[in-house]
Design a binder for this molecule. Structure first.
Ligand code: PXG
Length: 445
């Protein structure tokens, strides 16, 4: 018998919390309640152990309930729980910025703090537009995103994003002057590719077509995820990101990489831009920055971007943007403790050493019923299932539910099952994750 960890809630008590990105009625009819976490596992409220195959929500990279983070947060709360960073400062904010600059791709050593991925994205879009204005190109306001892109849920991020369900309700309220590149998912050419697909780099040339349509002089920035997570793990074809970089350079367009999920070790280097050897002008992060423990995000900027703002009277504010909780002391303490763990345990490169084993494990699911693609990179894996006729997403949702019942948490989006475990995962846990998913797929019609 499992021990009940927390009192079960009655159905009435589930009504008040309007849950995000959730089928509220389905959940409240059959709640899946998490009550405790440690290392690679969650425990449900009735004491059942669940292997975490998604690092919470792509964020708990060092595993759950790390003592060092708890201690740093507790100490900071007792020392100074809050301090403003508007016209004031506190030392660990600067310490954290320096630590992040040391990890960053070359030249990206100016850091703007936010509280989430969505805020990082909207911050980066605003910095890009303001940067052009600061250098005398204020007509450059257009933004280019990509189909199937996910950049959070702020108006800016939603507008450059390309996930139809996130957009359609808000049709006319989108930020104006946005266009989209085509996405790079092509199962016909690339199904079951191990690592990055060879086919598709030419899709980056679509950027030249959009530039010809709108004229470079109107375009501020291009934003893409190096690897799309939310849309179901879409990998960049070999050479694609380099080509985007070349085109942006040629036309003086700011290139933004949204590394909210790829940042902090997910693909075997601290950032995907380092793994893929393509340096953007701005980089958005969040999630793994504090191991998911305290909300925090950070935008990394090339020094030339920051320097463009540092003009005019010395007493004037250079960028009219920021959040009450930018560089919140408790979040800074959590981030510093997290970076210490990453460094001490080599976690920012651990995915590279596990990548071969991980790749073999996830590709062992090729050939299972309804599996139409398997994708992987670093410690990211995805299995795409054939949709049931007229019921998109239903098969994968059933797989997600059954995995949870059998003690494994994966993530479902559309007909894709995504996996992104904590970077501390061991071989036997990789095996359990894949064995459970395999048996569930076999048992799902
Ligand atoms: N950009 C990217 C690339 C993201 O993946 C955000 C921005 C927004 O971050 P915030 O912190 O505002 O949620 C994200 C978030 C999933 C999933 O399983 C992914 C995210 C969030 C929730 C679920 O696909 N990514």
């Amino acid at each position: 018998m499992n021990a009940q960890l927390t009192p079960a809630l009655s159905h009435d008590e589930l009504d008040a919390f309007w849950m995000p990105f959730t089928a509220n009625r389905q959940f409240k009819a059959q709640p899946r309640m998490l009550a405790r976490a440690q290392g690679m596992h969650y425990w449900t409220d009735d004491g059942r152990e669940v292997l975490d195959g998604v690092a919470g929500l792509w964020c708990v990279n060092a595993g759950h309930a790390r003592r060092e983070i708890t201690e740093a947060v507790t100490k900071q709360l007792g020392t100074m729980e809050f301090a403003p960073t508007f016209q004031m400062g506190h030392p660990i904010a600067f310490e954290l910025a320096n630590r992040l600059a040391d990890l960053a791709p070359p030249g990206m050593d100016r850091i703007f703090f936010t509280n989430s991925g969505s805020e990082s994205v909207d911050t980066a879009l605003k910095i890009a537009i303001a940067y052009h204005r600061a250098r005398g190109a204020g007509q450059r306001t257009r933004l280019i995103g990509r189909e199937k892109g996910y950049h959070g849920v702020g108006f800016g991020g939603m507008s450059v994003g390309g996930m139809v369900n996130n957009r359609k309700t808000f049709g006319a309220s989108m930020v104006p002057g946005v266009d989209h590149l085509p996405h790079t998912l092509d199962i016909e050419h690339n199904a079951f590719t191990r690592g990055l697909p060879q086919w598709g780099a030419h899709l980056a040339n679509e950027l030249e077509r959009l530039i010809a349509l709108h004229d470079a002089s109107t375009i501020a920035a291009v934003i893409v995820e190096p690897i799309s997570g939310s849309a179901g793990v879409i990998l960049p074809p070999v050479g694609y990101l380099k080509r985007l970089r070349e085109i942006c350079d040629k036309h003086e367009i700011v290139l933004i990489f949204d590394e909210v999920i790829t940042g902090f070790g997910r693909v075997g280097k601290p950032f995907a831009s380092l793994a893929f050897d393509v340096t953007p002008d701005l980089m958005t992060t969040a999630k793994g920055l504090t191991n998911g423990s305290i909300p925090m995000g950070a935008v990394f900027a090339q020094r030339k971007i920051y320097d463009a703002f540092m003009q005019g009277p010395e007493n004037s504010i250079e960028l009219f943007h920021g959040y009450t909780y930018s560089a919140h002391p408790v979040a800074c303490a959590a981030a510093l403790a997290t970076l210490d763990i990453y460094a001490k345990e080599g976690l920012l490169t651990r995915a590279a050493s596990l990548a071969g084993e991980w790749e073999n494990a996830v590709h062992s699911m090729r050939g299972l019923p309804h599996v139409i693609d398997v994708r992987n990179c670093g410690l990211i894996g995805a299995v795409e299932l054939e949709p049931r006729a007229g019921k998109p997403g239903a098969r994968a949702f059933e797989v997600f539910l059954k995995c949870f019942e059998r003690g494994v948490m994966v993530r479902q989006t559309g007909d894709v099952i995504a996996m992104s475990p904590p970077l501390i995962i061991e071989s036997k846990q990789i095996a359990k994750l894949v064995e459970t998913l395999t048996s569930v797929i076999r048992d799902t019609a």
